[in-house]
Design a protein around this ligand. Structure first.
Ligand SMILES: N[C@@H](Cc1ccccc1)C(=O)O
Length: 493
C-alpha cells in the first residue's frame, strides 16, 4: 500500500464507505454519486489494497410452486381426503368424489402421517389427524420468497416439499461492501480530493498547464471489459481485398443481373443446348422468359449449328430459340462478363465482377447453392495465354499465396483452358476455379476481334483457406463468437 496512490474515484468511494460502514453496491454508488459500475471498480481496487472488503453472500430462498400455492389454499391432498371421510370408505368411491390423481397422491401420505390405513380397498381413518409440520410450513408462506429461518423449519420438511414439487429453491446473491480498519484509519488521517486529469488535451499541452496537474494513474493490471465494436464481416473483408487488388491492377468493376436468360448464361458461351450443366438438377430454372438480343441471335445460331464462317463444325443439330429464352439464376458470373464484352467490343477491355452465382448443390461443408465468383476478362491486341497465367499468378501472389500452378482444364468456351491451383501447407494443391482464352466460336458472333483472356475463380474457397474454416456454411451463418474474435486486419509476418 505504501506507494499506492488513490484516484479521486477511490477517495470518494472510501469516504462514502466510511460513512456507511457496510453497504450494498447500489447504496454505495448513490452515496458516492457515481454509476454502480464505477463505484464497484473503485471498491475492488480499494479491496486489493486492503482498504475495503467486497463480500458475496448467497442466500437460499424458497418459493411455492403453482401446485404448492393451490395446496396451501385448499389443503394437501391427504388433508382434503381425510376431511372428506368420517368412517371407512371405499377408495373407488373417493376417486369419484375427489379425483383418481388426488387419491393416488393422498394414500401414500395418509399412511406415512399415520392418519389412516388402507384395508381391503377401504381407507380407514385412524382418528388422529392433527396439523402436520409440512402444513404449518405451507401456511407460513406469506410472500414470494422466504429464507429457511422465516419458515421456521428444518431441512427435512423443506426437502420433502421440494421433492413433492410444491416448493422450489432459488439462490440470491448479495454483495456487500465494507470499509476495513486500514480504510477507516486512512480516512481519519485525512483525505483531500484534488482535481484530477483523466485525459490529456491539446489545450493542456499547448498551455503547459499539464505540468501542474494531477493525473489519474492507470491500473494496467485490471482487465478491461471486452468491447466488440462493429466491424466488417471477415468474408466481406476478403471480398473487398480481392476487389481492391483488381482495381489496383487497372480493372473496371462491372455488375450484372442475377436472373439471366439461358442465352447469356449458356448459348453466348458456346455451351451446347444439351449440355448436362443446363439440366434441372444443376441449374435453377425460372418460369420466366427473356427476349433474345436481335443483333446476335442469328450469329449464335449459326455458330451452334455449323460453326458459322469459322473452320468449325459447331455442335450440329438444331439450335432452339425457345431454350435460349429460358431464364435461369446465373450459374456463373461469366454471363455478366460476356454480355459486357458484347456491349463493349472495342479494345482494350479490362473488367472484373465479384458476385454471387447459383447452382443446385446439396448443402454440405464444401458446397452451398449460392456462392461468390471472381470473374474477369482482358481483351486487347496481342494478348496471349502467357498473359493470362501471369495475371492470375500476380493476383494470387497479392492474396498471399506463394505457390501457384495451372492444370489443363476444359470449358466449352475457352481453348486452351486451365484450372489454377495454390499450394497450402497441410492440404496440398487446392483447385480454385477456371480460366482460358475465349474460343473464336464465342467472340466471333459478338463482333469481338481481339483475343479475350477470361477466368472465373472460386471466392469462398479462398476465404476458407484464408480464414482457416472447415465448413463453408460458416461464411454465411457465422458463429457470433468467431465473428467477435476475428481480426480486422492481418499482421504481416
Ligand atoms: N465459368 C467457369 C469458370 C471460367 C470462367 C471463364 C473462363 C473459363 C472458366 C466456372 O464457373 O467454373
Amino acid at each position: 500500500m505504501s506507494n499506492y496512490k488513490l484516484t479521486t474515484n477511490e477517495k470518494n468511494v472510501l469516504l462514502a464507505l466510511d460513512e456507511l460502514a457496510s453497504t450494498t453496491p447500489e447504496d454505495l454508488a448513490e452515496k458516492a454519486s457515481m454509476k454502480v459500475e464505477t463505484a464497484m471498480q473503485s471498491a475492488f481496487l480499494l479491496s486489493e489494497n486492503g482498504l475495503a472488503e467486497v463480500n458475496d453472500t448467497i442466500t437460499e430462498l424458497y418459493t411455492l410452486t403453482d401446485e404448492g400455492r393451490t395446496y396451501a389454499k385448499e389443503g394437501l391432498p391427504e388433508r382434503q381426503l381425510i376431511n372428506a371421510i368420517q368412517e371407512p370408505t371405499p377408495i373407488d368411491e373417493l376417486k369419484e368424489k375427489l379425483s383418481p390423481k388426488m387419491v393416488g397422491i393422498a394414500t401414500g401420505w395418509l399412511r406415512r402421517k399415520d392418519w389412516a390405513n388402507i384395508e381391503n380397498g377401504m381407507i380407514v381413518p385412524s382418528g388422529d389427524a392433527g396439523e402436520a409440520e409440512d402444513e404449518k410450513v405451507l401456511a407460513r408462506f406469506t410472500k414470494e420468497a422466504h429464507t429457511l429461518e422465516e419458515l421456521g423449519t428444518d431441512n427435512k420438511i423443506i426437502k420433502d416439499l421440494i421433492k413433492r414439487k410444491l416448493v422450489s429453491k432459488t439462490e440470491d446473491k448479495d454483495r456487500t461492501v465494507s470499509i476495513t480498519n486500514d480504510g477507516t484509519e486512512l480516512v481519519k488521517a485525512g483525505i483531500t480530493i484534488e482535481e484530477e486529469i483523466n485525459q490529456i488535451t491539446s489545450q493542456l499541452l499547448k498551455s503547459g498547464e499539464w505540468k501542474n496537474k494531477n493525473f489519474r494513474p492507470y491500473n494496467i493490471q485490471t482487465p478491461p471489459r471486452p468491447v466488440y465494436g462493429a466491424k466488417v464481416h471477415p468474408y466481406q473483408r476478403l471480398i473487398d481485398q480481392m476487389r481492391q487488388i483488381f482495381l489496383e491492377m487497372g480493372f473496371t468493376e462491372i455488375k450484372g443481373d442475377v436472373v439471366q436468360s439461358s442465352f447469356w448464361n449458356f448459348d453466348a458461351l458456346f455451351q451446347p443446348q444439351d449440355h448436362p450443366a443446363r439440366e434441372m438438377q444443376d441449374t435453377f430454372h425460372l418460369s420466366s422468359r427473356s427476349e433474345l438480343p436481335e443483333d446476335y441471335t442469328e450469329g449464335i445460331r449459326d455458330m451452334h449449328e455449323h460453326g458459322g464462317d469459322l473452320p468449325s463444325t459447331g455442335w450440329g443439330g438444331k439450335w432452339s430459340e425457345d431454350i435460349a429464352k429460358r431464364d435461369v439464376l446465373r450459374t456463373h458470373t461469366t454471363a455478366v462478363t460476356i454480355k459486357y464484352l458484347a456491349d463493349n467490343p472495342n479494345p482494350p477491355v479490362k473488367a472484373f465482377c465479384i458476385d454471387r452465382a447459383y447452382r443446385r448443390e446439396t448443402i454440405d461443408p464444401t458446397h452451398t447453392p449460392e456462392f461468390e465468383q471472381l470473374e474477369g476478362v482482358i481483351m486487347d491486341e496481342n494478348m496471349s495465354f502467357a498473359n493470362l497465367l501471369g495475371c492470375l499468378e500476380e493476383f494470387y501472389h497479392r492474396m498471399g499465396f506463394e505457390d501457384v500452378r495451372f492444370r489443363p482444364g476444359y470449358f466449352p468456351y475457352t481453348e486452351p483452358s486451365v484450372e489454377p491451383e495454390v499450394y497450402i501447407d497441410g492440404l496440398g494443391w487446392v483447385e480454385l476455379g477456371g480460366a482460358g482464352v475465349f474460343r473464336k466460336e464465342v467472340t466471333e458472333p459478338l463482333g469481338i476481334k481481339q483475343p479475350v483472356l477470361a477466368w472465373g475463380l472460386g471466392v469462398s474457397r479462398v476465404a476458407m483457406l484464408k480464414l482457416g474454416l472447415k465448413d463453408l456454411r460458416e461464411l454465411y451463418q457465422s458463429d457470433i463468437e468467431w465473428l467477435r474474435k476475428s481480426q480486422v486486419c492481418q499482421l504481416k509476418d
